[in-house]
Design a protein around this ligand. Structure first.
Ligand code: GN1
Ligand code: MG
Length: 354
């Protein structure tokens, strides 16, 4: 690890390197030094992010653009991530012959949370809305780091392919059949965004595409500092950021809690987040705005489909901690989808009133 870190111009001597956070995709480490900064060292999951050069291009362009927008802010280094260039290549990643690595400056005195109350939810809405607004006029062309990442038609197709292949022999499980039978009837409705895009009435914009609560950093006073985990930053529908935040923040329990009878969709979180988001995302078209309740249902649905597909495939994508972890996650997200769906009329009232 120390050898890898040496390919980047870090200041000071490395004192310690230890695991950080709980992401499901990349391996993340904290590098402590005796210099002015500590660092975050990440091994990029190249099986999932196949084009690391494009990935870092997106991140470099976005962070540079946000930096320009925040010019003059005395706390700028805590409000936008700084990735170090590799000494040999000048790129913000290093390929050691086997794996891709990158290093960013660890943001000081910042906190992430797994849950938020309505007050923080409002701040988060504003921050993600602002984030999209700041990137709305980015001059560079960004690519899709995972092609069709939040394309529901693709996710539905992948589920069908998994069922067809039955690679892990799990289709024989009664529970699997039962979940599949519940999911399929909603497929067409949930693929509405892709249809609207083809009709030319729904745009793609630069979105974060992984707006989980824990991808947001707060200072000690609860003010939002910045948005982190930029790997999935790419052109997408605004539904991605709106829906994925609520998927994690409005759930009464964690996304893998086996007590799915306790799952509910918290409307106070929805209302606060929607308020902040609509204040920040000043560019929304009427179609985007009126479909925000749809987005709140789409993301639990899509995530249920993704976890379920991975379970059927034999757990090849998400890191798991026990044998049926992906099935438990599926159940949980399905319960959230049902809870959110029941609240769409209330959501519509809230959005219409804003
Ligand atoms: C993954 O990397 P992480 O844990 O923040 C996933 C998201 C899922 C999430 C579910 C690249 O995010 O799309 O919503 O797990 N990221 C990727 O917890 O697939
Ligand atoms: Mg994360």
């Amino acid at each position: 690890m120390k050898e890898i870190a040496k390919h980047f111009a870090i200041k000071g001597n490395i004192l310690d390197i230890k695991p950080l956070g709980n992401g499901l995709i990349n391996d993340t480490l904290l590098v402590t030094t005796d210099g002015p900064d500590n660092y975050v060292l990440q091994k990029i999951n190249n099986a999932i992010f196949k084009d690391v050069d494009l990935l870092q291009h997106n991140i470099d362009c976005a962070t540079a653009h946000i930096r320009r927008k925040l010019a003059g802010d005395p706390d700028i280094d805590r409000k936008v991530l700084t990735f170090l260039p590799c000494k040999e290549t000048g790129k913000t990643y290093w390929f050691d012959g086997e794996a891709y690595w990158r290093i960013s400056v660890f943001i000081k005195d910042a906190y992430t949370y797994e849950t938020v109350d309505p007050k923080y939810s409002y701040f988060a809405g504003k921050a993600f809305g602002n984030f999209e607004a700041m990137l709305a006029d980015i001059p560079d062309t960004l690519g899709e780091t995972i092609p069709d990442f939040h394309n529901m038609e693709l996710r539905a197709r992948q589920l069908h392919e998994a069922v067809e292949a039955d690679a892990a022999g799990r289709m024989a499980e009664p529970e699997v059949k039962e979940i599949l039978a519940k999911m399929l009837p909603f497929e067409e409705e949930m693929c509405k965004a892709e249809r609207m895009y083809r009709e030319g009435i729904l745009p793609k914009r630069i979105c974060h595409c992984d707006t989980k609560v824990n991808n947001m950093m707060f200072d000690a006073d609860g003010n939002i500092l910045c948005v982190i985990d930029l790997d999935t930053l790419m052109p997408s529908f605004v539904f991605s950021d709106f829906g994925d935040f609520l998927r994690t923040a409005a759930n009464t329990v964690a996304e893998d809690d086996p007590a799915w009878e306790k799952v509910d969709f918290k409307m106070d979180i929805f209302e606060a987040f929607a308020k902040g988001y609509l204040e920040g995302a000043t560019f929304l078209t009427p179609i985007e705005k009126e479909n925000l309740p749809f987005a709140a249902c789409l993301f639990p649905y899509m995530q249920a489909v993704r976890f379920f597909t991975d379970y059927i495939n034999g757990d090849t994508y998400y890191k798991i901690k026990y044998a049926d972890h992906n099935l438990v996650r599926t159940r949980n997200q399905w319960a959230l989808f049902e809870a959110a769906r029941a609240k769409v009329p209330q959501m519509k009232e809230i959005i219409d009133a804003k």
